[in-house]
Design a binder for this molecule. Structure first.
Ligand code: FAD
Length: 310
């Protein structure tokens, strides 16, 4: 069995695996797609101490760093069930879609999350060419330009307030008749001179010139009228979905499906830890996921050295 089995190969999982392997303990890493969301990222400019990198390059460097420590890497393998140990100190089981079962004294869950997309024409074609999901990552790329934020929940309204300080103009588009964000955020939004709020609006298409975004089309849901907004950027903020469908029966999740962790990365099951975008830890970013991964790994090590000798 493994001492530490990491499930997920994004920044959080890579960091957890390196920290575990550096303790000289048996470490495995299972990932459906090593690199995680980073693989879908082009410019990364907030990975502190690296002024500029690209997702695929960072993913390669993560892999090289993990390889250096002899981690047992199982890439292109999807975990589909977690069976926590029946007694404290016992072995946990992780079942893979291929049929194999892995056993481990501690498990670190770092299966990340995925952005909910609008599913309208042009969204995929202009992803990273004006369509983005991360205001903290890409906001500065739109300095002085016109953008739309799709979604009037807390994350959409926070994004609109954040972007209003950088860009020329923000149009916030909400499908329902009212914004869902906290009142304090809505008041702040209403006080900003360069923000327009459009409610009861269904986004229908992202339009571009082949290279980048030039406009957004939406339909007014009350009148049925079609509208076009000329702009350079579209921030989609309609939800982040944690990859925890396979964990529902095994450990405690929030209503939104995030794994509940404490300050040490412990989940509801002894010996099972979690880190990164898949958890309740706020703000989904690479540096945060890496920090959380190393923390969960150190907690796992702490747990292991307290187990009674066999
Ligand atoms: P993820 O990166 O989501 O990795 C999850 C891992 O788990 C993957 O290897 C996946 O294949 C695997 N997995 C999932 N389910 C299973 C399963 N059942 N079995 C086995 N493996 C599984 N952050 C920044 O800080 N700066 C940026 O500039 C930036 N730009 C971004 C741009 C885009 C387009 C996107 C999508 C995200 C961006 N982010 C950025 C966010 C950042 O990528 C995430 O916060 C970070 O990758 C989270 O790391 P993670 O390890 O928690 O999860």
């Amino acid at each position: 069995p493994f001492d530490v089995l990491v499930v997920g190969g994004g920044p959080a999982g890579a960091s957890a695996a390196i920290y575990a392997a550096r303790k000289g303990i048996r470490t495995g890493l299972v990932a459906e797609r090593f690199g995680g969301q980073v693989l879908d990222t082009m410019a990364i400019e907030n990975f502190i101490s690296v002024q500029h990198t690209e997702g695929p390059k960072l993913a390669q460097q993560l892999e090289a760093h993990v390889d250096q420590y002899g981690v047992d890497m199982m890439n292109l393998q999807r975990a589909e069930k977690l069976v926590p140990a029946r007694s404290p100190g016992g072995l946990h089981e992780v079942r893979l879609a291929g049929g194999a079962t892995l056993k481990a004294r501690t498990v670190i869950l770092s299966t990340g999350a995925r952005w909910r997309s609008m599913n309208v024409p042009g969204e995929d074609a202009y992803r990273n060419k004006g369509v983005t999901y991360c205001p903290h990552c890409d906001g500065p790329l739109f300095r002085g330009k016109r953008v739309a934020v799709i979604g009037g929940g807390n994350s959409g309204v926070e994004a609109a307030i954040d972007l209003a300080g950088l860009v020329a103009h923000v149009t916030l588009i909400e499908y329902a008749a009212d914004l869902k964000a906290d009142a304090v955020l809505q008041r702040k939004l209403a006080s900003l001179p360069n923000v327009t709020v459009v409610t009861s609006a269904l986004t229908t298409e992202v339009v571009g010139d082949g290279t980048r975004v030039t406009a957004l089309h939406y339909k007014d849901r009350t009148t049925g009228a079609a509208h076009e907004i000329p702009l350079e950027g579209v921030f989609v903020q309609i939800g982040l979905v944690p990859n925890t469908e396979w964990l529902k029966d095994s450990i405690a999740l929030t209503l939104h499906g995030e794994i509940e962790v404490d300050a040490r990365g412990e989940t509801s099951a002894a010996g099972i830890f979690a880190a990164g975008d898949v958890t309740t830890v706020p703000f989904k970013q690479i540096v945060i996921a890496m920090g959380e991964g190393s923390k969960a790994s150190l907690s796992a090590f702490d747990y292991l050295i307290r187990l009674p000798a066999e």
